[in-house]
Write a protein that binds this ligand. Structure first.
Ligand SMILES: [Zn+2]
Length: 72
């Protein structure tokens, strides 16, 4: 009986882990690219109109509100 309980607990943990992982990747498609950028640690975002605006994460330009693009 005790063994059954631990197996059920293990299955529950696995199930919750799978749901959390798939839930995260499903809800945030951008998270994958963000993680890849953080791993590379070289990705910077800049405004197409304002090259002086540089951010280490995606966002909007504080000067014109345009979406920042990856700097190459
Ligand atoms: Zn701008």
């Amino acid at each position: 009986m005790k063994k059954m309980t631990s197996i059920a607990l293990l299955l529950a943990v696995l199930l919750v882990g799978t749901v959390v992982i798939s839930g995260c990747s499903g809800a945030k498609p951008a998270a994958k690219a963000e993680t890849a950028g953080a791993a590379a640690q070289a990705v910077q975002y800049t405004c197409p109109m304002h090259p002086e605006v540089i951010s280490d994460k995606p966002g909007k330009c504080p000067k014109c509100g345009m979406t920042l693009v990856v700097k190459k």
